[in-house]
Design a protein around this ligand. Structure first.
Ligand code: SAM
Ligand code: SF4
Ligand code: SF4
Length: 344
């Protein structure tokens, strides 16, 4: 992509033969939404201890760690959070990440609340791929799910602004929760059926320990497909790359693409090539991890990138995570880091 060369020290595959290919980079643990399935407001209230600025990686540190990961084999970075658009000067970070040589793909996941004003600067910074999380078109349902009374029109306006700014395709992520928004599956499929959207339905997951996850609140991938089939004939599409988490479909009439992320009912751990670095610089090798590895201390003390690459490579080589394949009554209550803190 750019000219900022990475250190080349390809990481050894992990204990299950999986190479590191994707990096989720969290830029903040804060969010302006309190989605009930992610940051329930009883827990993430005014007194919640979010990270102080001194504990959050600087842009330079984020770029350095990203460059090291690219040297280890990462081709794709997704910027996330918390809500990444809350991080001041985010377009500047995007520009800096785009300059990393060898990085093939940079994407951003956002709740879309600030996209109306930030879509253009992000596009100008070089970002080409954006995912907007949107759980309902019905304003009442949407406001209840974000739990801060945020109106759906403002997210829709942000998506329009992104298309106007030159993003060719917007991915739309919808978490489906039984009894809450499954009746929004068909309206969402109708609204986002055009070629400029890829709509992805996500099974409600037992991330963290605060969202009171219950299996009977998961609308399974096969139930989602049955609902879609009531109105849309869908054709399966092949995976675009090994490790892709979504099962892909296309409207049989030639419309847009639909994906289903079934991490609860059809886990894809055997293909999982994803590392996560939180805003405070902790490395997590699984979304359901209870512990991370402190890279911030290393970044602040160790001037030699190759040494940091060696430490990450060792951590990756020891990785044997496969939480979703082992999910059970017991694992569900194991201590887990919250998704907003780790980077979703
Ligand atoms: N704030 C940004 C957003 O919402 O897009 C980025 C961070 S958020 C943690 C990343 C993704 O995780 C979102 O698409 C969100 O819907 C999804 N997510 C959060 N909690 C989830 C859960 N319990 N089950 C499934 N997906 C979840
Ligand atoms: Fe915030 Fe995203 Fe979590 Fe919703 S899913 S609370 S928008 S971090
Ligand atoms: Fe990857 Fe962990 Fe999810 Fe399995 S449970 S797919 S190892 S993040």
């Amino acid at each position: 992509m750019g000219t900022d060369s990475p250190v080349i020290t390809t990481a050894t595959p992990d204990q299950l033969g999986r190479k590191v290919h994707d990096l989720r980079l969290s830029v903040t643990d804060r969010c302006n939404f309190r989605c009930t399935y992610c940051m329930p407001k009883e827990i993430f209230g005014h007194a919640h201890p979010f990270l102080p600025k001194s504990e959050i990686l600087t842009f330079e540190e984020m770029v350095r760690i990203s460059r090291i990961f690219v040297g280890l084999g990462v081709g794709k970075i997704r910027v996330t959070g918390g809500e990444p658009l809350l991080r001041r000067d985010l377009p500047k970070l995007i520009e800096m990440l785009m300059a990393i040589e060898g990085l093939q793909d940079l994407a951003l996941t956002t709740n879309g609340s600030a996209l109306a004003s930030l879509a253009r600067p992000l596009r100008q910074a070089g970002l080409k791929r954006i995912t907007v999380s949107l759980d309902a078109l019905d304003d009442t349902v949407f406001r209840a799910m974000n739990d801060v009374d945020f109106p759906v029109e403002r997210v829709l306006a942000g998506m329009e602004a992104a298309l106007d700014a030159g993003f060719a395709v917007i991915k739309v992520n919808m978490v489906v929760k039984r009894g809450v928004n499954e009746h929004e599956i068909l309206p969402m499929a109708r609204r986002f059926s055009g070629p400029q959207y890829i709509l992805r339905f996500i099974e409600f997951m037992d991330v963290g320990n605060t969202n009171r996850w219950l299996m009977n609140e998961v609308v399974t991938a096969s139930q989602i497909i049955d609902i879609l089939h009531q109105e849309f004939p869908l054709e399966s599409l092949p995976a675009t790359y090994s490790g892709e988490v979504a099962r892909r479909f296309r409207h049989a009439d030639g419309g847009g693409e639909i994906g289903i992320i079934s991490s609860v009912t059809q886990p894809f751990c055997s293909q999982c090539s994803r590392a996560r670095v939180s805003a405070e610089g902790r490395l997590y090798t699984c979304l359901f991890a209870s512990q991370g590895h402190d890279l911030r201390a290393l970044l602040r003390q160790e001037p030699d990138d190759a040494k940091i690459a060696g430490v990450i490579s060792q951590i990756w080589a020891a990785r044997n995570d496969r939480y979703s394949e082992l999910r059970s009554e017991t694992t569900q209550h194991a201590p887990k880091v919250e998704m907003s803190r780790m980077g979703g």
